[in-house]
Design a protein around this ligand. Structure first.
Ligand SMILES: Nc1nc2c(c(=O)[nH]1)N[C@H]1C(S)=C(S)[C@@H](COP(=O)(O)OP(=O)(O)OC[C@H]3O[C@@H](n4cnc5c(=O)[nH]c(N)nc54)[C@H](O)[C@@H]3O)O[C@H]1N2
Ligand SMILES: Nc1nc2c(c(=O)[nH]1)N[C@H]1C(S)=C(S)[C@@H](COP(=O)(O)OP(=O)(O)OC[C@H]3O[C@@H](n4cnc5c(=O)[nH]c(N)nc54)[C@H](O)[C@@H]3O)O[C@H]1N2
Ligand SMILES: [Mo]
Length: 787
């Protein structure tokens, strides 16, 4: 269907009533518009599953929490450079775009001249909207590369521990790599274990647009007659989806390594481990075996020992060892269990267990760390893949410094201090300016009260946002940015499959004074010098960039005998292009080459083999990450809980992406008493006099939040689950309580270890009681009064 356009408020938009194709992390969407407003939206692929997130476009565009125009905090206007007042408490004043950009330019130049490029933090981590052009954080970094460099970030919050350890163990990160293809899993696996994985929730999104095939593969698994096991303290949406076709095992939070050791020990004691595989394909098993048997530390890690730590009965642990050894077993692991103190140990021990089973590199056997993410295992297509915007202008500066992404508060607190990271000694930069574009750091970072204190230190904080998030409310300068439905872009679907190419066509004109990140940074680049704009934009408009990225795809496609129409025809058609299937993609088995010929296809580890003992890691001498996988008891877990304390997990939410869409009507599906729901077991509710639907207070030494009680037997007693991404709503009265239930007010901000320095949010204890204080209305989604 071709779309008719008319000029409205200076831009061409589709005319009424039309169905426009666009996309989000949650897949391609068809948006119905009258040219002025979004009327409705839904999935544009026939995937057979309804993804709730796709219905939210009207709320995204028309939300009353949109930022309408540039605003400046009063304390900055009254004393530029030496910020006055307190971020988060000051009034905001409306300014024009030119005033805002002039002010940013002047302060940016002053700070850069005084303290150098490392003082400017543009790491700006986050799930900005998808698209190959309007990549908020990339555009920020592109502008900063023109300005002379900046401090960037290392790693991510998702897999900070696993992605750091895996290269030492198997030579690649595993978490963002294609998995053994689903058709082979369905054909060959007998047992599928979902270890700390909840694909029913987490497959709703991908880093590009989701190709939406993952849940259908799990649906086929459900009816395959194979044995399915879910290991999770929560009976997750996935365990519920499998119903009686799956077994649910609920260990104490953070104790999975003990459970895996108990299984490993049983394998070894019965001679069920694959000694030939270990000898041929691994390095250092003998050292690990001395730990397993207790020869090196006096503690045998047998099933009884494991049971006393993880809470799964020893008979069940022995049974797991037996069935794993007797069948083709695929260990599919998610990432919640590595977002913990000593998180590196989880996936290292899981690879070790898989190595003992000897099935790595066989179809349907071994391990897979991305079946729950971005539809890993959905076969890779033969594809014409789009090019995309780069973070560095030609001849520009790269990041001059980087900090592990989840150590931002530690960095703000300790400028100039040395810290260990992944075998190096690094030094924190002295950060004086922060710019976030495309991330929600006030919802994503741990220990919000500690963050708020550290956040007062920089001389300038700029936030580019579509909405009045908590970060925007704690900024000096707030810039209103378009949503992806107010601009043109392009995306592939499937981070691994490249299944489709999708036009992301502008649906409506920008709301209020919102502008594209691209145009904001182009204007600022012009202020950097006479050729600044030209170097940033390369003289291209939005549509010219898209045509450039498309032409690259067309050339890549031609090499694979895929013919794409010319750009104008493609764009006019308003259609998704599906890429052809690939036989090699469908037959892909992870580590098959290595298994076939371990010399010719040696892994990128020092020994070329799977490293169960790593001489390199042992050489770092980290107490929190020894030379082989080990059980290390965390500071906050079941074993250290005082009477009344509960283990807190902050899993990823079903009806939003982190904090995105929290303001949308989808809230009605999950809120309890108008707040974030907290899952707690009936036993824990009863002893506290709590019934389903009550407002409860959760607290620890770090902070306190209100939430709505969801009393359910779908969680292990002693564990509570409050999903990540709820918007903070900290009251200045009532001791700073969060009225809404933002979990990071309660989580601890410590590194997973000094190897990965990853996020360890899931190692936190809390207390919980029925709330009896004054009624506190939720104001998280209200713009500041002055806005
Ligand atoms: N306790 C706890 N905390 C966690 C986690 C956990 O499991 N537990 N998980 C962690 C993980 S894995 C992650 S990935 C992080 C997620 O943290 P983030 O990725 O930072 O979270 P989002 O809510 O997706 O934030 C994206 C922001 O970008 C804005 N945005 C969208 N499009 C654009 C655009 O085009 N331009 C601009 N300027 N802005 C845009 C959105 O409005 C939103 O505010 O959270 C981490 N935090
Ligand atoms: N709908 C939706 N999908 C998403 C996201 C979203 O916000 N919403 N976020 C996306 C992003 S950025 C990421 S990184 C991924 C996150 O993917 P994951 O990190 O895998 O997701 P989580 O929900 O944090 O954790 C998965 C499961 O681990 C369990 N778990 C927690 N602690 C433990 C433990 O100690 N042991 C065991 N065995 N299990 C434990 C949790 O209860 C949860 O069910 O999801 C992605 N997909
Ligand atoms: Mo993530």
């Amino acid at each position: 269907m071709s779309v008719k356009y008319a000029k409205k408020r200076g831009v061409f938009v589709a005319v009424s009533p039309y169905r426009i194709i666009s996309a989000a992390h949650w897949g391609p969407v068809a948006v119905e518009t009258d040219g002025e407003r979004v009327l409705s939206s839904g999935g544009a692929l026939a995937s057979g599953f309804t993804n709730s997130l796709q219905s939210a476009v009207a709320d995204q565009v028309h939300s009353k929490t949109r930022i309408r125009w540039p605003m400046v905090r009063k304390g900055l206007l009254t004393s530029e450079g030496l910020p006055d007042g307190r971020r988060g408490q000051d009034e905001f004043i409306r300014v024009s775009w030119d005033e805002a950009l002039d002010m940013i330019h002047a302060q940016h130049q002053r700070i850069r001249a005084c303290y150098g490029p490392a003082s400017i933090f543009a790491g700006s981590y986050g799930w900005r909207s998808c698209g190959v052009l309007h990549k908020a954080s990339t555009l920020l970094q592109r502008y900063m590369s023109l300005a002379g460099g900046y401090t960037g970030h290392l790693g991510d919050y998702s897999t900070g521990a696993a992605q750091a350890i895996m290269p030492y163990v198997v030579g690649g990160n595993e978490v963002y790599q294609q998995q053994t293809s689903w058709p082979l899993v369905l054909e060959h696996s007998d047992i599928v274990v979902l270890w700390s994985a909840n694909p029913l929730n987490t497959l709703k999104i991908a880093w590009n647009a989701s190709d939406e095939q993952g849940i259908a593969w799990f649906e086929r698994l459900k009816h395959s007659g194979k044995k399915i096991i879910c290991i999770d303290p929560v009976r997750s949406e996935t365990a519920v989806f499998f119903g009686e076709n799956a077994q649910w095992l609920a260990p104490h939070v953070g104790t999975d390594v003990a459970l895996m050791l108990g299984i490993a020990s049983t394998l070894r004691d019965n001679g069920w481990h694959d000694a030939a595989f270990l000898a041929r394909y691994t390095e250092g098993y003998a050292v690990f075996e001395r730990y397993l048997t207790g020869e090196s530390d006096g503690v045998a890690k047998n099933a009884d020992w494991a049971a006393s730590i993880c809470g799964i009965p020893a008979v069940q642990i022995r049974e797991l060892a037996k069935v794993f050894a007797q069948h083709r077993t695929m260990l599919m692991a998610g990432w919640g269990m590595q977002r913990q103190q000593y998180g590196e140990q989880r996936h290292w021990m899981l690879v070790t267990l898989a190595a003992m089973l000897g099935q790595i590199g066989l179809p349907g056997g071994g391990f897979g760390f991305s079946y729950h993410f971005a539809n890993g295992g959905n076969p890779t297509r033969r594809a014409a893949v789009l090019a995309s915007m780069q973070a560095c202008v030609s001849g520009g500066a790269q990041a001059v410094e980087k900090i592990p992404v989840a150590r931002i508060v530690e960095a703000l607190e300790n400028p100039g201090a040395e810290y260990p990271h992944n075998g190096e000694v690094r030094r924190f930069p002295d950060i004086r300016m922060i710019w976030w574009a495309g991330g929600g750091n006030f919802t994503h970072h741990q220990d919000t009260n500690r963050l708020i204190a550290a956040w007062q230190k920089p001389e300038l904080v700029v936030i580019s946002e579509c909405y009045w998030t908590a970060a925007a409310k704690h900024a000096d300068i707030v810039l209103p940015i378009t949503t992806s439905f107010e601009r043109n872009d392009l995306t592939m679907t499937g981070d691994y499959s490249n299944q489709h190419m999708v036009p992301m066509k502008q649906v409506v004109a920008p709301r209020h004074e919102a502008r594209n990140d691209f145009d904001v940074f182009a204007d600022l680049s012009e202020r950097l010098g006479s050729d600044g704009r030209m170097r940033f934009t390369e003289g291209k408009s939005e549509m010219q960039w898209l045509e450039t990225f498309y032409e690259v795809a067309r050339q890549r496609g031609a090499q694979q005998h895929i013919a794409l129409p010319d750009f104008a025809t493609f764009w006019r058609s308003n259609q998704i292009v599906e890429m052809p299937e690939s036989e090699t993609g469908a037959k892909f088995v992870r580590f098959a080459d290595f298994r076939r010929d371990p010399q010719a296809f040696a892994l990128k580890t020092p020994s070329g083999k799977i490293e169960i003992f790593s001489t390199r890691i042992a050489g770092y001498g980290y107490a929190d990450c020894p030379g082989h996988p080990a059980w290390l008891a965390p500071d906050e877990w079941y074993g250290t809980a005082q009477p009344g304390q509960l283990q807190l997990v902050s899993s990823h939410p079903a009806h939003r992406l982190h904090s995105q869409l929290n303001y949308a009507r989808l809230r009605e599906r999950y809120t309890v008493a108008g707040r974030e729901p907290v899952m707690l077991h009936p036993d824990d509710a009863r002893t506290r006099g709590i019934v389903d639907g009550d407002v409860v207070r959760l607290w620890n030494a770090r902070g306190q939040v209100l939430a709505g009680a969801r009393v359910t037997a779908d969680i292990k007693p002693g564990v509570v689950c409050l999903h990540e991404g709820g918007w903070p709503d900290l009251a200045s009265e009532a001791g700073g309580i969060c009225r809404h239930g933002a979990v990071n007010v309660l989580t601890c901000d410590i590194p997973s270890s000094r190897l990965g320095n990853g996020c360890a949010a899931n190692s936190s204890l809390v207390r919980l009681e029925k709330y009896t204080g004054p009624t506190l209305a939720v104001t998280a989604f209200d713009p500041p009064a002055s806005a």
